[in-house]
Structure formats: C-alpha cells, structure tokens
Design a protein around this ligand. Structure first.
Ligand code: SAM
Length: 286
C-alpha cells in the first residue's frame, strides 16, 4: 500500500510524557492531524500488537520505535515505559480505538500518574461513542459496560445487575454471541428499544433498531459478521418492576434446570434460593 501523503501536520514540539492516543476503528482516515504529528514525533510507541500498529504507521509513512505492551505486561515492563516517558514523548495505542476502553492501559496510566509523569489524551475514535451517536437512543445518560460475559449464567447476572439503571446501556459484543445476548435481553426487557451497531466506519456499516426479540429473529435469519456494539435503551416509566424475578427465572430456565436457575437468580438478586426454586418449578410447568 502506498503511504498516505500526510497533510501539513500541526506544529508539535515533542514534549516528554505519556500520550494516550486513539487510532481508527476501521476506517484508516479516522485519525486526527495532531495524532499523526504525535506518532511521528514519538520516541517510543507502546502498543498491543506491533503488526497491527505497524500497518497503521506504514499507511501514513511514519517510522517509529514500537514496543509490545499488552495486558500481560508485567510491572517491570510498565516501569521501563514510564521511565522513558519522564524524558521523552511516549505514546500508548491499542489495536483500534481509544486505549483503556475495553483495552489495555489502565495500570500504565495509573502508575505513570503516581510517578508524576504527565499523562495526556490525543482523542479520536471509540466504537461505544460512535454507536451511541447514531443509534437514536437517549444519549444524555449512558452506561458503558464493556463486553457481556460469554457464559449464560454470568451474562444473566450482569444484565440483572443493570436492571435498575436509568440510562442507555452500551455493550461490546461478538457476532457469534449476539443472538443469545438478544434473547436474554428479550426475556428481561421485552419492550425496551435495542440497537445493534455493526462494522462502524467500515464498508458494511449498519445500525439496526427494534425490540430485542425482533433483532434476535433478524440475526437468526441473517447471521451477523464483524464487530458489534449492542445498546439497550433505558426503562420506560411503565416498565414492570425493576426486579422482575419471574423474567429473571424465565431467562435462566432457558439454559438450566430449576435448581440451577434458582441459584443464578438468588446470586443476582439476593432473594432466598428456596423461594426462587419453588417459583422456578411453577414457571417450568406453566
Ligand atoms: N478500544 C476500542 C474502542 O475505543 O472502541 C474497543 C476495543 S474492544 C477490544 C473491541 C470491541 O469494540 C469489538 O469487539 C466491538 O465490540 C467494538 N468495536 C470495535 N470496532 C468496532 C466497529 N468498527 N464497529 C462496531 N464495534 C466495534
């Protein structure tokens, strides 16, 4: 690929510190001029995967020293990066989007701040924010909850724990798990408005809205591909009680027997397990 000709970059006098820099989430054009100037002037770029970041730099004809610093990096590796940031500009990027948002960097930032190193942000793409911006769901208050767990029990516990949140819920999701997550949401909140934002900024970008049940049916018929943000609108004033134990039990019973279902819901709600077990038996036979 021919390197992109850099537009005239803003003047940037390299200053020491740690720069938390956002990279594109699909469309390589989604990077700011300031981000390119900082990448060009960096003494070191710490990244999740040197191949992924190398590709972005190559696209813009930027040569830089790269060092892998992913979630498995130990305290010594972070300390070396922080030491370098005391006297030179050091950049942290992730594979895509904003570092620390379901990506590594939290410990590094925390330790750099504790060490008195200046930490600054070079903002840009973030899938959660882009999805919220186009979904048409209330955006005045939202809660970003990262990835929904893969296991049915853990997923249900997480959703149940968010039942009372008066805000749009934003999750990262994977294509193979989308339908199951939508079915769990349909059991808990059949009337809420849900949005699936897929492949944002890419060729096949789509944002589909509807009830969770309708979306689950759509994606059962058209298995999704690519990267996904799943959003759930806030409860309406008329929504059934926030802690609808029957809905929780029904969702749990979809994948487990009455005993296990009662255990899952008891853990999520703090309600007595024996009571829930009795109700789970009733619901199962209903
Ligand atoms: N740090 C990134 C950010 O700022 O969005 C997120 C990194 S997280 C490891 C990757 C997840 O973000 C994907 O599995 C998907 O849920 C979401 N994601 C990233 N890029 C996306 C895109 N172009 N469209 C939809 N979702 C995306």
């Amino acid at each position: 690929m021919r390197p992109e000709a850099l537009p005239s970059l803003p003047a940037w006098e390299p200053v020491s510190g740690l720069y938390i820099l956002a990279t594109p989430i699909g469309n390589l054009g989604d990077i700011t001029l300031r981000a390119l100037a900082v990448l060009q002037g960096a003494a070191l770029i710490a990244c999740e995967d040197t191949r992924v970041t190398g590709k972005l730099l190559k696209h813009y004809g930027i040569k830089a020293r790269l060092q892998r610093l992913d979630d498995h990096a130990g305290p010594e590796a972070r300390a070396r990066v922080i030491d370098e940031a005391r006297h030179s500009p050091v950049v942290l990027v992730s594979d895509a989007g904003t570092p620390l948002i379901s990506d590594p960097g939290y410990r590094l930032v925390r330790e750099a701040r504790a060490a008195g190193v200046i930490v600054t942000s070079i903002p840009g793409a973030c899938a959660a924010v882009s999805a919220l911006a186009i979904a048409g769901l209330p955006s005045d208050r939202f809660l970003f909850a990262g990835f929904l767990p893969a296991k049915d029990k853990a997923r249900l516990e997480m959703l149940a724990g968010l039942a009372g949140t008066a805000a749009t819920l934003v999750f990262y999701e994977t294509a193979p798990r989308l339908e199951k997550s939508l079915l769990a949401i349909a059991e808990l909140w059949p009337d809420r408005e849900v949005a699936v934002a897929r492949e944002l900024t890419k060729l096949h970008e789509e944002c589909r809205t509807g009830t969770a049940a309708a979306l689950a049916a759509h994606y059962a018929a058209h298995p999704p591909k690519g990267e996904i943000v799943l959003l759930v609108g806030p409860p309406s004033d008329s929504e059934a009680p926030l802690l609808d134990t029957d809905a929780l039990l029904r969702a749990a019973l979809a994948d487990a027997g009455p005993g296990k279902a009662a255990g899952v819901v008891a853990k999520a709600t703090g309600i007595d397990r024996a009571t829930l077990y009795a109700r789970a038996l009733e619901l199962k036979d209903a």
